[in-house]
Structure formats: C-alpha cells, structure tokens
Design a protein around this ligand. Structure first.
Ligand code: SAH
Length: 258
C-alpha cells in the first residue's frame, strides 16, 4: 500500500538527500510512498510572499506566521482526504516526544494497517518558532523531536524520521529481515559483525561464526547482544527484563558476565 506523505517546508530541495540517494530512495522510486511538498510561501497573503515576522513582545528571532502554515496544512489535509486517507499532522519540534524505534513501529502500524489508512503531514519549522495559534486552532496532532538538541530547521529531523520509517517498509531494504535484526527491534542493541578477510592485522573472526552451526551462532550472537547492551545501555537490559524479553539462558549469561 502506498504511504501518503505531505511535507510542509520552505526548503523542499533538502529532501533530495533522502529521495534521490541510498536505500530509502527506493521507496520513492518504486512508488511505495507518494510525497507532495507544500511551500508555505505559496500560501502567503501578501505580494512579497512574507512568511515570517517579528515576535510580539520583542526579542530576537522571527516567527513563522500562522496564515501561510494554516493554508499549507489545510491544502495537505484536503489532498489526503480526497485520497481516502485520514491525515495526521506532525510538527517537528524539540518540544515533542522523542523519535524512537518504538515510535516508528507504532506509527508504521497505524499508517499501514488501520482500516482507514493514515496519511502523514509533516511540518518543518524554521526561525524562532511557529505562531502558537496553529496549536490553539487544533491544526497539529503531534509534536515529534529528533532529540534534546536544537537545530535550525525541521527538515533534517523530518528526514531522520522518514528514513527510519521508510526503511521498515516491505520492499525497501534488500533483505526484509535486516531491519528486524537491528538495535532496538528486540529491546537490545545489535551484536558485533565481521566480514572478510578472516584475519585482519593479526585479528581473526570469532571461530563460532565460521562454524556453520546455526544454533551455536544464534546463541553466540544473542550473548554478544546481551554483553554489548549491558555495557553500553544497561537501561535497555532493565527494560527488556521488565517486559519479559529475556530468557532463562539470557539471565544466566548476564549473571555470569556480571
Ligand atoms: N525556539 C524553538 C526552536 C526553534 S528551531 C525552541 O526552543 O523550542 C527552528 C525549527 O527547527 C523548529 O521550529 C523545529 O521545526 C526545528 N527543530 C529544531 N530542533 C529540533 C529537534 N530537536 N527536533 C525536531 N525539530 C527541531
């Protein structure tokens, strides 16, 4: 099923990094995703196509005006509705909930699997802020953050989110199982990986990986996942344990390395 995405941005060309290059570009080239860009400038009310103005109350920085963004959001919503999708409006913002693999999995599920497919409308802010009345009007359903850091525009955070989302769509990665093996998919970090040659600067690949014994390899990799996660992200081990994602053998191994 095609995923409908509308992106509201003053710099739509930036998205070429995603749509033209790398593995995720396949989603666009193979029409697994249908993307339309809306430039708020096209919805500006004056002849100069002004989209920003000074902040009431003073202070540095410009604010994106309500009218051009409201116009763009409403046009995007109308397109989604015409296509039979229920639009969900996301404002990329450092004040939002954090982008996580869990968010990606849940969102992809709603976008693809609900009885009425959901379309995503993504607003990329610029300058100091967007006019608060866009929230007061109920035009924004969700705020989403790339992390506790401020960047100059919502385009890079939006690309980060879209890359994470689209690489999980069937037919985008070469091997469907690849995304399931990545960090976070089973609550743990990924295990270490090795490729040819077998010996590099006197360091050899762990024997078990060359053994061809699939069960032993799976157990070894699981233990490496536990080891890596315990040392880099002990909080994830705790969460996995609470969710009942660790087996008896997992717990035995953890006790051994502790
Ligand atoms: N004054 C605002 C930040 C504005 S940064 C504040 O302190 O909350 C300009 C734009 O960049 C924002 O409108 C937002 O769309 C985007 N942006 C900045 N940091 C972001 C982040 N961590 N995640 C998502 N979007 C971000």
């Amino acid at each position: 099923m095609t995923i409908r995405i509308d992106i509201i941005s003053l710099f739509p060309e930036m998205f070429q990094a995603l749509t033209e290059q790398g593995v995720v570009s396949r989603a666009f080239k193979n029409a697994l995703v249908d993307v339309v860009y809306w430039n708020p400038r096209e919805f500006a009310l004056n002849a100069y196509k002004t989209i920003d103005d000074k902040s009431y109350g003073g202070g540095p920085g410009m604010v994106m005006m309500a009218a051009p963004l409201a116009g763009a959001i409403r046009a995007a919503k109308a397109r989604q509705t015409d296509l039979g999708a229920a639009p969900h409006v996301i404002y990329m913002s450092p004040q939002g909930g954090k982008l996580t693999q869990n968010w990606v999995n849940q969102t992809l599920n709603t976008v693809q699997k609900s009885h009425k497919p959901q379309g995503l409308i993504i607003i990329c802010g610029r300058y100091e802020a967007i006019d608060e009345r866009l929230f007061e009007l109920g035009l924004i359903d969700e705020e989403l953050s790339a992390g506790d850091v401020v960047v100059s525009g919502g385009e890079l955070p939006a690309m980060l989110m879209l890359d994470a989302l689209l690489r999980c769509v069937d037919g985008v990665l070469n091997d469907e199982k690849s995304a399931q093996q990545d960090s976070f998919s089973d609550g743990l970090l990924d295990c270490p990986h090795y490729t040819r040659p077998e010996i590099f600067e006197d360091l050899s690949v762990p024997d078990v990986l060359l053994s061809g014994n699939h069960a032993r390899i799976a157990r070894f990799r699981r233990e490496q996942q536990l080891r890596v996660t315990q040392s880099k992200r002990p909080d994830l081990i705790e969460a996995a344990s609470k969710q009942g994602l660790l087996s008896v053998a997992d717990n035995q191994f953890l006790r051994k390395i502790n």
